[in-house]
Design a protein. Sequence first.
Length: 263
Amino acid sequence: MFRKSTAILLLLAIMSGPAMAQHDESAATPSATTAKAGNNKADDTFPGSLFPRTPVATWSVGVIGGIDNNHHVINVSYATDMKYTDRSGITAGVAASYNPTGWFSLHSGIALVQKNYRMDRDNRYVSFIYTESTNNYLLMPLTAQISLGRAFRVCGIFGGYVGYWYSGHREGMSLSVPSLVTNSTELNAFDNDYVFDSRRDNRFDAGWVFGVALRYALLHKVDLSAELRWYYGVTDMQKSYMSVMNPRYNTTRTIQFGVSYWL
């Protein structure tokens, strides 16, 4: 009887083995399928989410170019006939970015930004006098960007910059020296590079950067961008070389386009 019972239990164990193995295999299949699906993300993002989980690549380098418009900020005080107007210029440079996540990235680079303006003497005696100033700055911005989207992204930009005023140009019309003595209206046209005075000119520049951007990821390797930026200068263009001075600042708006390559 004992041998017969033992034989029956042994037979049941042998028959239940394949069934248990089949159950274990079917239980493992969904997780394997899920893992496979998780690794097969065409855009490296969370499916169904507006926020990318991981970037296609961590680093990118590229070039930017565009146009800008500068607003010269100065309190003219009693010289009410001096009118300052905005002037346009160009911007161009190289850029690099670090993308620790798909929705947050850090951007830097070196850019030429022109901070130009015009001054007119607006009165009935010397209304023909004007000066057009072209100021070339090298800026190094450091910004953080928050992105919303996947391949097509809307970004917010905020950060700061430091820069250097490396050259300038002046063009315009003024009264000649003899006319100041004879009270005539003899004109003197000028067109020359700006000569810096170390006692007067502050060539260091710094301020804040804000903006918005549209970005499009092309083929997971190329990033196309269009940005609108505001550079708010907080450093005076002049040193404190007089007891009474009117500070000069620049606020510059840029529209720039770029192309970057993900490493």
